[in-house]
Design a protein. Structure first.
Length: 121
């Protein structure tokens, strides 16, 4: 499939705690992802995400998030709402390479670290 967008997906009344969606050329995530109420590990590395998918902030049980090697330039402050987040992988995104982008993102990552989240740059 050569599409940059995720095909229509319905997640309802299904119990998953892990989702591996790496290397899928995803530029956006479906809003239906928020229906995965028990997700603890989400691997989105090596996709085409250029904006942080806000639907992820609705995944409250999320503990491990890999968004490395995408095209993210910043993280939203809303990511701090993920109180269960223990690990986040962010390396290979433009904000981790460019000082001016990192200056906007660093306070968010530092807050995550203060909240006992391991950040992997």
């Amino acid at each position: 499939m050569n599409s940059k967008h995720c095909p229509p997906v319905k997640f309802h009344k299904v119990v998953y705690d892990t989702l591996y969606a790496h290397h899928n050329r995803l530029a956006k995530l479906p809003e239906a992802l928020q229906n995965l109420k028990n997700i603890k590990l989400l691997d989105l590395n090596n996709n085409w995400l250029s904006e942080f998918p806000m639907v992820l902030t609705k995944l409250q049980p999320l503990q491990d998030l890999d968004i490395s090697n995408n095209n993210l330039t910043e993280l939203p402050t809303e990511i701090i709402q993920l109180r269960q987040l223990q690990k986040i992988f962010v390396s290979g995104n433009p904000f981790s390479k460019e000082a001016n982008m990192m200056s906007r993102t660093r306070p968010i990552l530092k807050t995550l670290e203060t909240n006992k989240t391991e950040v992997f740059y």
